[in-house]
Design a protein around this ligand. Structure first.
Ligand SMILES: C[S@@+](CC[C@H](N)C(=O)[O-])C[C@H]1O[C@@H](n2cnc3c(N)ncnc32)[C@H](O)[C@@H]1O
Length: 237
């Protein structure tokens, strides 16, 4: 289990969350999510609840799922009006109902095998009726990030670069450039993501790249930070 108590606390610290480059993926993801007022949303890999709280703040009724009991414990401390469950999204599960939307902010980049990736997507599909959307954030399938000045993160390969299933280490920094935490991710190509999505019935797939917010443009190297981000939004229905 990667997200033990120590990583859960470091990952959830405001030092990380307050970085404008870190807010970029969530701004793009929430734009893709759109109006969720009154909608029931299943948030896969909700972690310590940052993504779930963004949805709830926009009026969604959120159910969050995460494999890490430590992350769920932090999520429960921070919000009473979201329902949280400890569950592994790489294994088959059912909530016994469907939702208006399924979200997954940084889940698919933890699929250790192609079969796990498909199972994660299948769990999303099973909780959606035809025409409803999965709105995901994941790491981009193209160039890995070298460290830039002011950057919130950098990464390096642990296995053969750009190979499906290869692991890379992401290191997170605060605004002063001090390391906050690090964790391992798994690389999947765009083709592989799309093959897995189609295998479980998602046909309409859109990839949305991130664009700098006014907040990020306060850095003189904002173009580099915009380009060297660690996230991409996928909308599938
Ligand atoms: C980078 S955090 C993202 C948390 C939250 N969505 C956010 O954006 O702040 C990734 C989360 O994915 C969870 N995770 C990884 N593999 C998972 C799995 N198989 N099933 C459920 N959660 C998983 C981890 O425990 C961790 O909390």
């Amino acid at each position: 289990m990667q997200y033990d108590k120590e990583l859960a606390e470091k990952y959830s610290s405001s030092d990380r969350l307050d970085h404008p480059q870190n807010r970029l993926p969530y701004a793009a993801w929430m734009k893709a999510v759109g109006n969720v007022e009154g909608l029931e949303v299943l948030d896969l890999a909700c972690g310590s609840g940052y993504s779930s709280r963004l949805l709830a703040q926009q009026g969604a009724k959120v159910t969050g799922i995460d494999v890490s009991p430590e992350m769920i414990a932090l999520a429960r401390q921070r919000s009473q009006n979201i329902c949280y469950h400890v569950m592994d999204c790489a294994k088959a599960f059912t909530m016994g109902r469907t939702y208006d939307m399924v979200t997954a902010a940084f889940l698919f980049n933890y699929a250790a095998t192609y079969e796990s990736l498909v199972q994660m997507m299948k769990n999303a599909a099973l909780h959606l009726e035809k025409g409803k959307r999965l709105v995901a954030l994941t790491v981009p399938p193209d160039p890995i990030v070298t460290r830039q000045p002011n950057a919130s993160h950098s990464s390096h390969w642990l296995d053969e670069p750009y190979k499906d299933g290869s692991r890379f280490r992401l290191t997170i920094y605060d605004l002063e450039g001090t390391e906050v935490c690090g964790f391992d991710n798994v690389h999947w190509s765009q083709d592989t993501y799309e093959r897995a999505l189609r295998e479980v019935g998602f046909n309409d797939i859109e990839w949305i790249r991130l664009h700098a917010t006014d907040e990020l443009k306060q850095f003189n190297n904002w173009q580099a930070l915009e380009q060297h981000n660690c996230s991409i939004v996928i909308v599938a229905s």
